[in-house]
Each structure stands twice: as structure tokens, then as C-alpha cells.
Ligand binder design. Structure first.
Ligand code: PLP
Length: 363
């Protein structure tokens, strides 16, 4: 008998949104609309395509593990030191590195109920105890409750702001207060995967907690994770980053695989960063289209949760809605952790209209 890591047994399985090709195969469909993984429906910057083509001639060579050029650009973009950044094969890989460095069977990971499922997976694999703090009415999150739940065994607190899948966010004032009260033995992981979409709505810019500009905010143990997978439109290339003080970063660097981000991803992320006009276009379109979807859901009497990201969680008006949509070539997702709720990503105007039209046909 081979023996495996016994922590594995209770680890939940991550169920990704169904890829377009899979739905086409399973349901024998030509046309499938995917609104299941919060990807950018407008693709990515045109500069990215050119840079990736040019880089393709070097595919026989290993990438630069240190991501020299991208690191320089990102450090200046964020006004942080080059040694305060770590890159990951998607920000998911950074979450994994954090768990490996900071969690073990004696420690606790703390998070809100219904947080991004990856926190639970990476924590449980370390054998750490996962503690979940319950939500308030309408899926709201009270940061004071999180503070109350911290014990001397708590090593890491994970917060996705906004939260995936509810779309709920906590605002700057709440966070400023929370950070001040955060005990020194705790590492806060602030997952800002949707920061570009949320920042116009008074959510904090977590980077300010890594390097406080406001002297009233004391320096705490914080790591911010962000990604090129969402607003930047590079989900298929797998690249994200973490920002923290160099002490935390140097520990994480020890568990990072030497060539974890590939050549194409590095040049793509660099070009994507330069093209903020594309990001702005994507974010503006998302706001308009989110309003459109709100209105249409209301007309259908469907209860939804207002969202600060590029997706909407709503109460499914019938049990088989997810399946019925799939049969008609529309892939959305059950909202993990929230029974009876579905999550739809905000698509292009055409995709959203098709989704609404199909929803009307089914109901
Ligand atoms: C999509 C998402 C991520 C990012 O994943 P990548 O690995 O960077 O593609 C991280 N956190 C949350 C909450 C997300 O929804």
C-alpha cells in the first residue's frame, strides 16, 4: 500500500467553470457562451498579442525566474520596491506558497464563510485548522467578527475583497480600522483579484497597508495578492503577483519553483500593464453591463446581490436552471458554498443579451 499525505482526505475539490470546448462536446453544441470564470470578455490588450508573437522565437530557452523587466515595471507602477514583489503562476500559486510557508498542523487559518475556496484547500493541505467566521445579513462581512475570532494559534487570515462568489466588499474605513487592530502574530492575506474593477468604489488599495503612507496606520504583516487573469485578460497565461515587505517576500521565494512564470506570461503582463486604456475600457464596460444585468434580473423577479466585481451572484429561481442554461449553450456556475445560488460573469453586451433571452425562455 502506498501512503499519501493524510491531510488530503478532507480537502474539498476545486470545480472550475466548464471550459467552452467541454460544453460543446458534452451537449453537442456549436456555439457556447462562457460566463463562468470571471474572465475578461473583451480579450486582452492588442500590444500583448504582438509581444507574445515576438517572444515565441525564444521558447527553447528557460524564462528569467526573477522576471527582471516585469518586476521593474510593476515596482514603478505600484511605487513599491522590486524586492517587495513575488510573481506566481496565477495568484493561486502565491496563495499556495503562503500556506506552505506560514501554516502547519499547529496553526489556524481564519476566513469568512463562503470565501474563495482555494484558501481552504491550501490551508487544509498543510494540516492547518480552518476556522470560518459567519456572515451577516445579505452576505455582508463584519471585520470585527474576524478580529474576535483570532486566537494565539491563528497564523493567517485570508480575505477576498471583493469576495468571490458573492461580490460583496468591505470599504476603506472599515479596513483602516481593522488593520490597526490586527495582532502582530497574524499574517493578513488580502486577495485583490478584482481590484481593478472595485477600486472606483472606495475599497482600500491594499498596497498602502504594505507601505503605510499614513503614519497613523502602523506597519502590519500584510500580503496583497493580485492577478493578470481578470481585468487584464490574461487568464490563459497564468500570472499573478504578491506584494509584501521584503521579509515576507524572501520567505516565500524559498518555496517558489525556479521557473514558475513562463516567458510568454512575463512579456504579456509587461505589455498589459502599459496599456491602462484597455483596463479602463474593460472596467467601464463592466459597470454598464452590470447595470443592464441588474435591471433584467429585477424584471424577472430574480434576487441578486449587488457586486463590486465583474460577476453577480443570484438566487436561482428554479433548481435545474444551471443545467438548462448549459443545454442551451450558456455556461455559468453554481456559487460554491451558497446552496441555491448561481454566479454569472458579466460578459459583452451580446453575451449578456443572449443570457437574458435564454433565461426568459427557460423561466
Ligand atoms: C480569480 C481569482 C483569483 C485569481 O486566480 P489566478 O490564479 O490569478 O488566475 C484569486 N482570488 C480570487 C478570489 C479569484 O476570484
Amino acid at each position: 500500500m502506498i501512503k499519501h499525505n493524510k491531510h488530503l482526505d478532507n480537502v474539498p475539490v476545486y470545480k472550475p467553470g466548464k471550459p467552452i470546448e467541454e460544453v460543446q462536446r458534452e451537449y453537442n453544441l456549436d456555439e457556447v457562451i462562457k460566463l463562468a470564470s470571471n474572465e475578461n470578455p473583451y480579450g486582452c490588450s492588442l500590444f500583448v498579442k504582438k509581444a507574445v508573437e515576438n517572444e515565441a522565437v525564444h521558447l527553447n530557452r528557460y524564462p528569467d525566474g526573477g522576471a527582471y523587466y516585469l518586476r521593474k515595471k510593476l515596482a514603478s507602477f505600484l511605487s513599491v520596491g522590486e524586492d517587495e514583489i513575488i510573481f506566481g503562476n496565477g495568484s493561486n500559486e502565491i496563495l499556495d506558497m503562503i500556506a506552505r510557508v506560514f501554516l502547519n498542523p499547529d496553526s489556524e487559518a481564519l476566513m469568512f464563510q463562503g470565501s474563495f475556496i482555494v484558501y481552504k484547500i491550501v490551508s487544509m493541505l498543510q494540516g492547518a485548522k480552518v476556522k470560518e467566521v459567519s456572515l451577516e445579513n445579505n452576505f455582508q462581512r463584519d471585520l470585527n467578527r474576524l478580529l474576535d475570532a483570532i486566537t494565539e494559534n491563528t497564523s493567517v487570515v485570508f480575505i477576498d475583497n471583493p469576495c468571490n462568489p458573492t461580490g460583496v466588499a468591505n470599504f476603506k474605513d472599515e479596513f483602516d480600522e481593522f488593520i490597526q487592530k490586527l495582532p502582530d502574530h497574524v499574517l493578513l492575506v488580502l486577495d485583490e483579484a478584482y481590484f481593478e474593477y472595485a477600486k472606483q468604489h472606495n475599497v482600500p488599495d491594499g498596497i498602502n497597508y504594505v507601505r503605510p503612507i499614513n503614519p497613523k496606520i502602523p506597519k502590519k504583516n500584510v500580503i496583497i495578492t493580485r492577478t493578470f487573469s481578470k481585468a487584464y485578460g490574461l487568464a490563459g497565461l497564468r500570472i499573478g503577483y504578491g506584494v509584501a515587505n521584503k521579509d515576507i517576500i524572501s520567505k516565500l521565494e524559498k518555496v517558489r519553483q525556479p521557473f514558475n512564470t513562463n516567458r510568454l506570461a512575463q512579456v504579456a503582463a509587461l505589455e498589459a500593464l502599459k496599456d491602462q486604456a484597455f483596463v479602463k475600457f474593460s472596467v467601464d464596460m463592466n459597470e454598464k453591463q452590470k447595470e443592464y444585468l441588474y435591471e433584467e434580473l429585477e424584471k424577472l423577479g430574480i434576487c441578486y446581490i449587488p457586486s463590486y466585481a465583474n460577476f453577480i451572484m443570484f438566487k436561482s429561481p428554479r433548481e435545474d436552471l444551471y443545467e438548462r442554461l448549459l443545454e442551451k449553450g450558456i455556461s455559468i456556475r453554481p456559487a460554491f458554498g451558497f446552496d441555491g445560488y448561481l454566479r454569472v460573469s458579466v460578459g459583452t453586451p451580446e453575451e449578456n443579451e443572449k443570457f437574458v433571452k435564454t433565461l426568459k425562455e427557460i423561466l
